[in-house]
Design a protein around this ligand. Structure first.
Ligand SMILES: *[C@@H]1O[C@H](CO)[C@@H](O)[C@H](O)[C@H]1NC(C)=O
Ligand SMILES: *[C@@H]1O[C@H](CO)[C@@H](O)[C@H](O)[C@H]1NC(C)=O
Ligand SMILES: *[C@@H]1O[C@H](CO)[C@@H](O)[C@H](O)[C@H]1NC(C)=O
Ligand SMILES: *[C@@H]1O[C@H](CO)[C@@H](O)[C@H](O)[C@H]1NC(C)=O
Ligand SMILES: *[C@@H]1O[C@H](CO)[C@@H](O)[C@H](O)[C@H]1NC(C)=O
Length: 347
């Protein structure tokens, strides 16, 4: 996800149109610990997992990277993102971004994810997930990874958020059930393809509660998440969970493991809200640490004279959201600690 500011009007329009039903999203925890030696990580999706592919974006401009590594380095965050935590969980270094691959830095896998992209085309001129998988396939055809490399590898997939925000902007959301079904169908095609290329463990992120994103919760003046938008995520996740279960059943083993960004985001946000109710100096977890001084600007914007057009919170390490779309390192770390019980299924 990157650069999302759907117009307020479209959100109101959506609120009027919506009549989704909610069902609980649960994730099965199925503990099964095995060796992780020689593991590589291959990453597909958007800015939530991109660690440096989108060179001409705010991810390479201040203040991104201010917490880690201390200077802008290609993450849509002040520091580490979920990819980095998953890599450290697997005891490997975060894989090299595809853009910077060379003959000697591909041993930990490759990160194909590209900020702003989606399952379908978005407004960003970057590779959608299909094209990212094409690049992976090309590397395999060049014999850069052997069959046994791939068998002990893990894939991480995070996409769909930008498809929804883009659809909010361009009107495709009007027929939400149709849009959701074609989106989940395409995700299913993508997941099957990654598996057929030889990967046996694939972590699939469920969609985050999009109604909590500061770009959208601004319509509640950052007092609460926008429930009708969260209901879209709930429905999407329900459909995606079904697809994943069917795929695992077809294959006869648990190749696909879901990581529940929906409930983990909500749980961390609620915990921070509770802390704040006891200490009002803490930052509202629905407010971004970094944002444009007004609607014309965003985190990282500078004017023609080069002066900053954004504000930065005092303590990024206390925030949940870094900017209006992305969690801070603090946010990701807290989310990761909740996801660990699911990640165990990958090892
Ligand atoms: C490959 O990239 C790494 C950084 O990821 C760099 O340190 C190294 O010098 C590069 N090697 C070659 C052979 O270009
Ligand atoms: C992904 O992008 C490619 C190339 O730009 C395009 O041909 C393809 O239709 C896109 N795939 C989807 C599912 O939108
Ligand atoms: C996606 O965008 C590419 C150009 O980036 C274009 O060639 C392709 O036709 C588009 N595909 C769809 C399905 O819109
Ligand atoms: C609207 O956005 C969706 C999701 O990004 C995309 O699949 C669709 O092709 C877009 N439609 C138009 C008319 O641009
Ligand atoms: C309240 O939070 C601030 C950080 O914003 C911290 O410095 C302070 O010690 C906290 N106060 C209490 C009573 O916990």
């Amino acid at each position: 996800m990157a650069k999302q500011s759907p117009s307020i009007m479209s959100v109101f329009l959506l609120l009027l149109l919506l009549a989704s039903t909610a069902l609980d999203v649960t994730v099965n925890v199925n503990v099964n610990v095995v060796e992780v030696e020689g593991t590589k990580l291959f990453v597909f999706g958007d800015s939530y997992v991109d660690t440096g592919n989108f060179v001409h974006s705010e991810s390479y401009k201040p203040p991104s990277g201010v917490t880690y590594p201390g200077t802008p380095a290609g993450r849509f965050c002040d520091g580490r993102v979920i990819t980095d935590y998953v890599a450290s969980f697997l005891k490997i270094e975060s894989p090299t971004p595809f853009t910077f691959r060379n003959s000697s830095n591909m041993q930990n896998g490759i990160n194909f994810a590209y900020g702003g992209t989606g399952v379908f085309n978005t407004s960003i001129d970057g590779p959608n997930v299909t094209v990212q998988i094409d690049s992976f396939q090309n590397l395999i055809q060049q014999n850069i990874y052997t069959k046994s490399d791939l068998q002990s590898s893990i894939a991480l997939v995070n996409a769909a958020g930008n498809d929804y925000t883009n659809a909010l902007k361009n009107g495709s959301i009007i027929n939400l059930p149709h849009f959701m079904e074609s989106l989940v169908d395409q995700i299913s095609v993508n997941l099957k393809r990654i598996q057929s290329l030889g990967i046996n463990k694939i972590a699939v992120n469920l969609l985050q509660p999009i109604g909590c994103l500061p770009s959208l919760n601004v319509i509640s003046f950052r007092t609460s998440c926008i429930q009708p938008l969260n209901l879209i995520a709930i429905d999407h996740n329900k459909m995606l969970l079904q697809v994943v279960q069917e795929l695992n059943k077809e294959i006869g083993k648990s190749v696909f493991v879901t990581l529940d960004l929906y409930n983990s985001f909500l749980s961390v946000i609620e915990t921070l809200q509770k802390k704040r109710s006891e200490n009002s100096t803490l930052i509202n977890p629905l407010k971004p640490c970094c944002e444009g001084v007004n609607f014309e600007y965003e985190c990282g914007s500078v004017d023609d004279q080069g002066s900053k057009k954004y504000s930065l919170c005092e303590n990024p390490e206390l925030s949940f959201f870094w900017d209006t779309v992305h969690p801070s390192q603090n946010g990701w770390e807290a989310v990761f600690s909740i996801l660990q019980s699911s990640l165990v299924q990958l090892t």
